[in-house]
Write a protein that binds this ligand. Structure first.
Ligand code: SF4
Length: 214
């Protein structure tokens, strides 16, 4: 699949903390979603990445497979990334809640509060340069805002030294097929270009810091 967790890239201490976190999440029954899940979806991808994505919660396919963003929306996300020259295998993808809310309802505030600790721990251990929030739920959780995704998408924010970039959730794009100027798909195309530019900027800065700059 190309979504393997490349944990050998973590330093030893971080790798131990990551393994402990993963074990805690896999065994978690902190909130009511534990009772109805099939699998916990910890998230997957490269753990040595400058770019992380976060969605709302697992859907039916994700719950069955124990993997994030593997259903139709996930496949569209893979296409969107690839349009921006970004491979799925080079990013890490997770959700605000790690267990599927019944009938894909929006997670409740208490569920997000209880599970949000795990996302925060993932962010602090992976330390990505950029966090893309897909849709309303992760954007509101990270930025502690009541503003909606249509207002916030395509703009850069900051959370504990990480650049935060809200974009539409791919499931929203599946519901609106229009490609006209100003449509969600057109806006997402602009967003992926902006994301690509910022990612390249981080890579140039990292290269210069490591003495590899031109
Ligand atoms: S959603 Fe999060 S807090 Fe709730 S049971 Fe699953 S892992 Fe635990």
């Amino acid at each position: 699949m190309g979504y393997e967790i490349m944990e050998d890239n973590l330093t030893e201490k971080r790798a131990a903390a990551w393994a402990e976190l993963k074990a805690r999440v896999q065994a978690c029954a902190r909130c009511g979603l534990a009772a109805t899940r099939t699998n916990v979806v910890f998230g997957q991808g490269s753990v040595n990445t400058p770019l992380m994505f976060v969605g709302e919660g697992p859907g039916e396919d994700e719950d069955k497979q124990g993997l994030a963003f593997v259903g139709r929306a996930g496949q569209l996300l893979t296409k969107i990334l690839s349009a921006g020259g970004i491979s799925r295998s080079e990013v890490f993808i997770a959700n605000v809640v790690k267990c599927r809310p019944p009938n894909n309802r929006v997670p409740e505030a208490e569920e997000m509060m209880l599970c949000g600790d795990f996302l925060e721990a993932q962010l602090l251990l992976l330390r990505p340069k950029i966090l893309v929030c897909l849709g309303n739920t992760p954007t509101k959780w990270i930025l502690k805002t009541t503003a909606g995704i249509t207002t916030l998408r395509g703009r850069w924010f900051e959370w504990r030294g990480i650049d935060v970039f809200p974009m539409y959730h791919p499931s929203y794009l599946l519901r609106d097929d229009s490609r006209r100027k100003g449509s969600p798909k057109d806006q997402t195309w602009q967003d992926i270009q902006s994301l690509k530019e910022r990612l390249e900027q981080h890579r140039r800065e990292e290269g210069a810091a490591n003495g590899c700059g031109a």
